[in-house]
Design a protein around this ligand. Structure first.
Ligand code: FE
Length: 391
């Protein structure tokens, strides 16, 4: 038996933030990030709409990018004090992901982080509150997914939490919020969305329910990401919807080793974070080459559906990689970790350990081709130097 879970309602379109006026409840806590929602007036608007709906509103502000275990605990404590019946999370992937984990600790103060990092092991939520998510970036699709990524800085590891309990009740996908994204963020989050859709399409858990969502999302990213990157509002709006479709696909089909690698390298190097979408964009073509022996027909499907031509599945898969490479160039994304700025000595010193962690990541299980730590080390090394994947 398989399960396909989405939010009960997805409101979308310019001005759909106004939907907050129609939510029923008494107390709402709004979880937000570092200030762009406030700066552009969306936070005030949200508070006003909720007050109009009769809510008492409290804010939990300044969730950092790549939210920490500590921030999650602080937010949960604030919720225990305020006792909200709605958790409203607003902004990029980080505040929404953090709010999902806060929700679990709010409802179950005795649970531990160690319990929650076991995939699909959450306690039954919605005992105290429902969850509404409003994304301001176009990539993570956390507003519709069963996932949250929390960073343990002491250990230098990103934990992808996974459970259908944390699929939000309501998502509001208002493109006005995404208009404020700077170009680099637009590029990275857009390539994250493309990676979600492609990994979902070739995942061992792909299904007739997720395939159409994944393929449509892939079309939309290829059609609209370059213009969205260059500031075109119409394209930006379509990307906001396309990334959401990708999220519906991967929340149910799960992901693959591009994400395993991005999770385990994101916070691993002393030269600073590798933004999630940027890491995915770098790894994606290498992983397609590694996976080809197990999923070539699926990659060829994708290639054909976006209008690429080739005589064999191998040729089509190669064309798809070339297309992704060309998009990375257009979006100013480096081709290798070396080019990104990771120091060679540090990479060599850490790669074996990172490879082991990446193989153990929750996203590895649904990758179409199984991978050993030794192969993962080789694959990561290819992404460092830009060498061919031929094993
Ligand atoms: Fe992602």
């Amino acid at each position: 038996m398989a399960r396909f879970t989405l939010p009960r309602d997805i409101y979308y379109g310019q001005g759909s933030l106004e939907t907050l006026k129609t939510i029923k409840g008494k107390k709402a806590i709004i979880v937000v990030g570092g200030g762009s929602m406030k700066k552009f007036g969306f936070l005030d608007q949200a508070v006003d709409y909720l007050k109009e709906a009769g809510f008492e509103v409290e804010l939990f502000e300044n969730v950092e990018p790549d939210p920490s275990v500590e921030t999650v605990m602080k937010g949960a404590a604030a919720m225990q004090k305020f006792q909200p019946d709605w958790i409203i999370s607003m902004g990029g992937g980080s505040p929404i992901d953090a709010a999902k984990a806060m929700w679990a600790f709010y409802e179950y103060p005795e649970t531990t982080f160690e319990d929650l990092i076991i995939p699909f092991n959450f306690p039954e939520l919605r005992q105290k509150a429902k969850f509404l998510a409003i994304p301001s970036t176009s990539g993570t699709a956390t507003e519709v997914t069963a996932f949250s990524v929390i960073t343990d800085y002491a250990k230098g590891i990103k934990y992808p939490l996974a459970d259908f309990n944390i699929t939000p009740d309501i998502a509001i996908v208002d493109p006005a919020l995404a208009e404020t994204m700077p170009a680099t963020l637009t590029a990275h989050t857009g390539m994250d969305a493309l990676t979600h859709a492609i990994e979902a399409y070739v995942s061992t858990l792909n299904s007739p329910f997720t395939d159409p969502l994944a393929l449509k999302a892939i079309h939309m990213v290829f059609d609209y990401l370059p213009d969205s990157y260059n500031g075109d509002k119409k394209a930006r709006e379509q990307m906001h919807y396309g990334q959401c479709l990708a999220g519906m696909a991967f929340s149910n089909a799960l992901l693959g080793i591009v994400h395993s690698m991005a999770h385990k390298t994101g916070a691993a190097f002393s030269t600073g974070h590798i933004p999630h979408g940027c890491a995915n964009a770098i790894y994606l073509p290498y992983v397609i080459k590694f996976n080809a022996s197990a999923a070539e027909a699926r990659y060829a499907d994708i290639a054909r559906s976006v209008g690429l031509e080739g005589k064999t599945d191998a040729e089509l898969t190669e064309k798809l990689c070339e297309k992704i490479d060309a998009y990375n160039v257009k979006l100013n994304i480096p081709k290798t970790l070396k080019e990104f700025g990771i120091v060679e000595d540090e990479f060599k010193q850490k790669v074996a350990h990172i490879a082991e962690l990446a193989v153990g990541d929750a996203c590895t299980g649904s990758n179409p081709r199984p991978i050993t730590p030794a192969e993962m080390e080789k694959l990561l090394t290819c992404t460092y130097y830009g060498t061919d994947v031929n094993f």
